[in-house]
Design a protein around this ligand. Structure first.
Ligand code: TYD
Length: 135
């Protein structure tokens, strides 16, 4: 399948442990769609703040809600909307390139992002109008 037709999907990471001990989850080659070149995390986001409001030309991501709850609204270049709710450190959301994203956080949420590429501002599409013009 062409990379252009890639779709977002949820990944279940292993959850090793039990309630009395806590858990370890693992992301590795066997359960990731790409080998990450960059890892970043977002935290202390006020609940009334929406982040994102961009798409990427080439970069893809796996997003994990390490703690708390994260709501993602994704839009593809046809204008179709997809909504995902992440809450549990053993789930990840694969977001291919060319998906507009808007993200909301619960107060305690920490978002971990595994990114397929290094940071490059010119990979961002930050105007929704420019994004829709890709169609
Ligand atoms: P951005 O990706 O726009 O985050 P969000 O969509 O959640 O608001 O990044 C916010 C700022 O941080 C922007 O000025 C670029 C900078 N930044 C880096 O310098 N390196 C990085 O790896 C990332 C993800 C962001």
């Amino acid at each position: 399948m062409s990379k252009l037709l890639d779709k977002p999907y949820l990944i279940d990471f292993p959850k090793i442990g039990e309630p009395s001990l806590g858990y370890i989850s693992v992301a590795e080659k066997t359960n990731l769609p790409f080998t990450p070149k960059r890892i970043y995390w977002i935290y202390n986001t006020p609940e009334k703040i929406n982040r994102g409001f961009h798409a990427h030309k080439n970069l893809s991501q796996v997003i994990i809600a390490i703690t708390g709850k994260i709501k993602l609204k994704l839009v593809n270049i046809k204008g179709e909307i997809l909504e995902f709710h992440l809450d549990g450190g053993n789930h990840g959301l694969y977001i291919p390139k060319l998906y507009w994203r808007e993200i909301r956080f619960s107060k305690d949420a920490i978002l971990l992002c595994l990114a397929s590429e290094p940071y490059k501002e010119d990979d961002y599409i930050r105007s929704y109008d420019d994004f829709l013009k890709l169609l």
